[in-house]
Design a protein around this ligand. Sequence first.
Ligand SMILES: Cc1cc2nc3c(=O)[nH]c(=O)nc-3n(C[C@H](O)[C@H](O)[C@H](O)COP(=O)(O)OP(=O)(O)OC[C@H]3O[C@@H](n4cnc5c(N)ncnc54)[C@H](O)[C@@H]3O)c2cc1C
Ligand code: SF4
Ligand code: SF4
Length: 444
Amino acid sequence: MNIESIVKNNLCTGCGACISEDTNKQAKMIWDENGFLIPQLGPNSTQEKMIIVCPFATQQKNEDELGVVFLKDRAKNYNSKLGYYTNLYAGYAKKFRETSSSGGIATFVFKKLLEEKIVDHLFIVKEKNGEYSYQFFSDFKNITKISKTRYVPVTMAELFEKIATIDGKVAVSGVACFVKAVRLKQYYYPELKDKIPFVVGIICGGLKSKYYTDFLAQSAGCFSEYEHAEYRVKNKDSSALNYKFSCIEKNNNKIHMVEMKTLGDMWGTGLFKSNACDFCDDVVTELADISLGDAWIDPYDKSGLGNSIIITRSLLADKIIKSGLDESDLVLDKLQENKVLQSQQGSFNHRHNGLKTRMKLAHINGKLFPKKREKILIDQSFLLNKIQILRAKTRSNSLYFWKITKNVGLFNEKMKSSLVKLKIFTLINSYLNKYSDKFGVKNK
Ligand SMILES: Cc1cc2nc3c(=O)[nH]c(=O)nc-3n(C[C@H](O)[C@H](O)[C@H](O)COP(=O)(O)OP(=O)(O)OC[C@H]3O[C@@H](n4cnc5c(N)ncnc54)[C@H](O)[C@@H]3O)c2cc1C
Ligand code: SF4
Ligand code: SF4
């Protein structure tokens, strides 16, 4: 595999780590036709060097091997699906919950890292001129400016281009593949371990194309240019799943909003998702110092203000969380492994259990895919394989149909057939699961 084949086979999530490895400085990040960020190579770009830090390269170390290098000696426990960890929690940060996506733990941790001078800067995703990108940030008095997760492609290319000239230490937030890219950089350049002493992992169900936000904006009734897209407008009087998308129409400052539940299942169907995510087996950012996700489990999902799932991996991460508990800044329960696994069950079902089928499908279609951890690859029932095939089709159709329609009405019309088929098979599967649970018949 080289960078060209990664991009050609849609296996790039735009982390940007490879850009800094181009000795001739000709590579740069650009938008592709499907609304994802990808590297564009120059005539003399040093691909053989660039590929060493790519999280999707077949020749690369996997999460288990990197876990041994980066976390084995810094964590207390191990679980084959959760990775190395010290403690598991669910809850929220009192000060930041309302202004954050979930329980506000990311904002709390970043504030602590700056306040206690563990790092001098953050490299996080933040709004700039109405849009979102990775930026350096050090102003802990205005920490809430960095809150909220953004479902839009972003790239860390700037981090590795500038890091050598940055004065002081940097903490980074990233989804699993970005965290892996950071670890690969640190593996090949050990001096970066000291320079980036802390990585916050954002548990991620998939990278959405930038056209996903256009789809949401149009679904909210905004058909001209917009800014300040908000993906998780909470409803504190309802449940965690009951949130809205909002954006501001540029030419008249009108706020447009849509309830996400009225748009159907945006995650389970794979709409607007990158193909690369179908070959990602790291559900809970196994290589971060701390991993944060949504607590989609009872009773935490009952609160519209949101609760986080917290996996502290390094002892330093656990110390930060414990200091928050001691100072009553955090309201947390300790969790057992099964509860954390349950909170990401949908993602484990798709990303782990369906992976072998997707690899077979890619092989049949002559597409390249990265090598995956053997322990994850399992066989599934005919019905579950069929769902994988339909989901893959729905995913790629959504990117294609948006490209040719760029209009929510026409898009919904064209997507109807794939979505209905997927829904029927998913319903049959749920029905059979219920039936098999009741009568002890196997449907796996
Ligand atoms: C693309 C994506 C998919 C996700 N899918 C899932 C999922 O399937 N299951 C689940 O449990 N949780 C998922 N999350 C995470 C979840 O929505 C929350 O963001 C997370 O729990 C942190 O919540 P918080 O309240 O602690 O964060 P906040 O306190 O609101 O802070 C959010 C932090 O994340 C950083 N950030 C924002 N956007 C990005 C980005 N695109 N990449 C990297 N860093 C970013 C911000 O800079 C900020 O520091 C996803 C997040 C993203 C970005
Ligand atoms: S995933 Fe990252 S390292 Fe790999 S090709 Fe894309 S931008 Fe480069
Ligand atoms: S699902 Fe995996 S590959 Fe896709 S963006 Fe999230 S961490 Fe990266």
